[in-house]
Design a protein around this ligand. Structure first.
Ligand code: SF4
Ligand code: SF4
Length: 413
């Protein structure tokens, strides 16, 4: 049995053994018999569409006294909730902005959050009782800008298909989920998900320091609809330290959604923690449900999603037939693809929507399929980015190794 202080001391003197979850799983697959004596920290992570993400902003928009109280506010066209503090006559507005609020079909709260973090100018419009005020601000003008999540790091999510013959508009599809049983949409980072690696809740809870989109933050507790079998977390962090590539907007057939990334370093205090960390994709159930009724139709595993060769999406411009309209670019939910410039890796979630759309197979990846009721159904959308999540695990590993991220003093229980 180690203590958190002992692990921090090993980090400080350079003797700590710190693996990313991917490195640790590789050792397990190789047959390594690891105990708590062999490892001090494993960094875990998850990246994907997380609807329960919102921002709290405090934004100066006018000279004090210009208006009494903001009644309606938009940021880049995204409707915001003024308050809860009304800030009477101060010329600034406190705002709560949902990551799933929509300015239109192609822009929403997730896009806004990334634009803020990238330092872009944000157009704010305030309607008060007797006037309207407009201002352009950047993150440097904000006196407060934090993201919080209401249910992140969800442990083994559900895959969805459509049993009906007509397309269903849903946040789990870009163009509407085709049926019957024509395609399946998956979410979740499987064996590297933080909560998947802490099944007994020994390491992750209120006060645990985390990386939210690359910024150091903290777990505030359980999230909405969290249960012991399928837990999730609430987390908060300053937007100032966030990295744009780990966040952003994601277009779906039911409007824009919000990409969020969460990294958690798990201190290995004893062999119970090691046992939890040994979990592999092939042991993690992935329920498959009908999008219409949410009735579970079968069960796959995360190996069907993430243990495929060629997880990354590759563009072959030599196979592109230069269609009059590039449907691969049109369908891309993050704006990462164009046939002229290829894939922008800083925006790509590796969701595979472009390769499902391209009629000439100019894009390819090992997207895999799920067996449901004896039938192989192709995975046409991945709403989680395992490679990005592994990158976040590596960032966190580096921060632990160079002492920028410690356990004690961070409020870990
Ligand atoms: S849809 Fe495919 S083949 Fe057509 S222009 Fe786009 S990338 Fe090229
Ligand atoms: S995999 Fe294709 S569609 Fe998906 S984000 Fe990347 S470029 Fe866009």
């Amino acid at each position: 049995m180690k203590t958190m202080r002992e692990i921090d001391e090993k980090i400080r003197n350079g003797s700590a053994v710190v693996y990313t979850a991917a490195e640790f799983k590789h050792l397990i697959r190789e047959g390594a018999e690891l105990s708590a004596a062999d490892v001090d920290v494993v960094t875990t992570g998850t990246t994907g569409v997380m609807s329960g993400t919102a921002a709290i902003l405090s934004v100066p928009v006018a000279e004090p006294g210009t208006f009494e109280r903001a009644e309606r506010v938009w940021a880049n066209g995204v409707p915001c909730m003024p308050g809860p503090c009304p800030n009477e006559r101060l010329g600034l507005v406190d705002l709560i902005v949902s990551g799933t609020a929509h300015a239109g079909a192609g822009y929403g709260g997730g896009h806004l959050f990334r634009d803020i973090v990238e330092g872009r100018g944000i157009e704010v419009v305030v309607e008060a009782a007797d006037r309207s005020v407009e201002a352009e601000v950047t993150i440097g003008d904000f006196s407060y800008a934090r993201l919080f999540t209401t249910r992140s790091a969800y442990k083994n999510y559900t895959a969805y298909l459509n049993l009906q013959p007509t397309r269903v508009k849903t946040i789990f599809s870009i163009g509407g989920l085709q049926g019957p049983c024509r395609e399946v949409s998956v979410s979740g980072c499987g064996e590297i998900n933080p909560l998947q690696n802490d099944p007994l809740g020994l390491a992750v809870g209120a006060g645990t320091p985390v990386l939210l989109n690359g910024s150091v933050g903290m777990v505030t507790g359980e999230g909405t609809r969290s249960t012991p079998e399928r837990p999730n977390l609430t987390v908060i962090a300053d937007m100032a330290g966030m990295q744009p590539r780990y966040m952003g907007g994601f277009k779906t057939s039911a409007g824009p959604e919000c990409i969020t990334s969460l990294g958690v370093a798990i201190p290995v205090l004893d062999d119970r923690q090691v046992a939890g960390l040994r979990v592999l994709d092939e042991e993690i159930p992935l329920p498959v449900a009908d999008i219409n009724t949410r009735a579970v139709l079968g069960e796959a595993t995360y190996a069907d999603v993430w243990q495929q060769p060629d997880r990354e999406v590759t563009y072959h411009p030599e196979w592109c037939e230069e269609c009059s309209t590039c449907v691969a670019a049109t369908v891309c939910p993050t704006g990462a693809f164009s046939r002229e410039t290829g894939i922008d890796r800083d925006r790509c979630l590796a969701c595979t929507a472009c390769l499902a759309a391209c009629p000439n197979d100019a894009l390819e990846a090992g997207e895999g399929s799920l067996r449901v009721r004896g039938r192989r159904v192709p995975i046409t959308l991945r709403q989680s980015g395992r490679t990005l999540a592994e990158d976040l695990c590596r960032d966190l590993q580096e921060m632990v190794l160079d002492g920028r991220f410690t356990f004690t003093g961070g409020g870990v229980r």
